[in-house]
Unconditional design. Sequence first.
Length: 146
Amino acid sequence: METIYDILKAEHKQVADLIQQAMRDNSKETFFKIKAKTEPHLAGEEKLFYPLLEEKSELRELVDHAYEEHEEIKSISAELESMDAGSSNWTSKIKELDETVSHHVEEEENKVFPAARKALSEDKAQQIAQQYLDFSKSFKQQHPMP
């Protein structure tokens, strides 16, 4: 059965691919695909995954940093949403999103996940995966994208 790590890594790859596409096509439509992937992803991590990790004192600092990065990603996305696609500001802001997301993914996959694997059982990681998938489905129904 899939663990939360498998699902999050797959979503990280999907978002990275979409950001690369947005950098090529300068399309608001592609941006909204990114947003449709990142919003439930960030919310799901914050609701289901990070709170469990915060219970472990040795992980608190890592998780606090991850929350800060989430806020940065949300802020950049909000700015992009109000910009005209293809403008010079748009292009530099998409690059900023790419750098911020890449940095966050690298830290999460190389620091947070290994620490979480030590703190959470395989069963718990599978349990969170199912809760995450249910949450994500519900989130997308409640927050349809344009």
